[in-house]
Design a protein around this ligand. Structure first.
Ligand code: NAP
Length: 355
């Protein structure tokens, strides 16, 4: 990648050419969107409709950065004594992009698109569980004219090749999405030679519902907000705060709406909730169902295996837990929602922000 950065010609100031190639990547993604969506559904176990959305969003990302390739510009700064002071925007060099398994294609596009638009070389490391669509993206990029070495995909274990990539002297920038603990480790390793680092880490997002809202509409929307992608989403609205007068009505309607979610084969167009990505991820979610019981929570619905075939888990709805409980504080990354009452706007804001 470093060699290609110096010699392939990709880094020279030719935003027009870079834009054309990125637009070509977007077109090639669209031309094979159905195959890529099927591959992504098999890769992660996500419903085919969600996979279609993800692939198309990936194509839009390359279009967006194709346009942006020609946008960055420097500044001229007035200085004293006839001096000339100006800035130029130049590519930093080799970028290591490390992505997780929940949205493998889209996460890759979000990192690779801007780095290539800027003229950098990129080494992409997909998650071990989901290398397939990242490898397909590598092939598409080369067919579109990205020079050899400017964009490489290395599939392999993060604990084996991750440190090597992150500590490598020729890597100038790291773009990482994944767990907070992994992110903290990367930041420490990157500090030694002051690499540029972008981290997108975990979350424990709130869904706040006031008593004067349309409760039926809020309850109908809540399942996909937390159980979409089988809850394996850094912005899953996994803590649902409901103003006390509407609490019972919301909970009942939310359970009913969740029961209607179609769990099944990811390749079936009617499926809304697929299996978890792995046995480990299902076990992790089941462990949190146990923690919820230990902490005094009530399992209002779900949390059980609907079938023995595949890593499925019926979405779990828990109430009776405080926002300070382990289940409400830690990111689960599985289909588990906590419903918590609140009194008034001040308390809602305080609870939502207390993560
Ligand atoms: P993860 O374990 O941190 O893994 C993410 C990536 O880092 C994988 O490619 C992994 O490789 C690699 N990795 C593991 N150890 C590494 C090391 N020592 N050095 C360098 N790379 C290493 O996270 P995950 O379980 O795949 O993903 C779930 C997490 O991602 C959740 O916490 C979620 O919130 C977060 N996430 C955040 C966003 C966001 O936008 N903020 C979006 C999606 C996901 P292996 O697969 O080989 O272990």
């Amino acid at each position: 990648a470093a060699e290609a950065f110096r010699n392939s010609g990709w880094a020279v100031p030719s935003p027009k050419r870079r834009g054309e190639v990125l637009r070509d990547i977007a077109q090639r993604i669209r031309a094979q969107a159905e195959e890529l969506a099927t591959l992504e559904a098999r890769n992660v176990g996500k419903p085919i409709d969600d996979a279609r959305w993800e692939i198309n969003a990936g194509a839009r990302c390359f279009d967006y950065y194709a346009h942006l390739a020609s946008q960055p510009s420097g500044e001229t700064i007035p200085v004293a004594n006839g001096g000339l002071d100006y800035t130029l925007r130049v590519p930093v060099g080799v970028v290591a992009a490390i992505v997780p398994w929940n949205f493998p294609f889209l996460m890759a596009a979000w990192k690779v698109g801007p780095a290539l638009a800027a003229g950098c070389s990129v080494v992409l490391k997909p998650a071990s569980l989901t290398p397939l669509t990242a490898l397909a993206l590598g092939k598409i990029a080369h067919e579109a004219g990205i020079p050899a070495g400017v964009f490489s995909v290395i599939a392999g274990r993060g604990d084996q090749i991750g440190d090597h990539l992150v500590s490598h002297a020729q890597v100038r920038k790291i773009a990482f999405t994944g767990e907070t603990v992994t992110g903290a480790r990367i930041l420490r390793l990157a500090a030694d030679d002051i690499k540029r680092v972008s981290l997108e880490l975990g979350g424990k997002s709130p869904n706040v519902i006031f008593a004067d809202a349309d409760i039926e509409a809020a309850a109908a929307a809540a399942p996909s907000a937390v159980f979409g992608n089988t809850g394996q989403d850094c912005c899953a609205r996994s803590r649902i705060f409901v103003e006390r007068p509407a609490y019972a009505k919301f909970l009942e309607a939310f359970v009913e709406a969740t029961k209607k979610q179609v769990i099944g084969d990811p390749l079936n167009a009617k499926t809304q909730i697929g299996p978890l990505v792995s046995a480990k991820q299902r076990q992790r979610t089941e462990q949190y169902v146990e923690y919820a019981k230990e902490e005094g929570g009530r399992i209002v619905y779900g949390g059980t295996r609907p079938t023995e075939k595949g890593y499925y888990l019926t979405p779990a709805i828990v109430d009776g837990l405080a926002n300070s409980s382990r289940v409400c504080r830690e990111e689960i990354f599985g289909p588990l929602a906590c419903v918590i009452p609140f009194d008034g706007e001040q308390e809602a804001i305080a609870l939502a922000n207390d993560t």
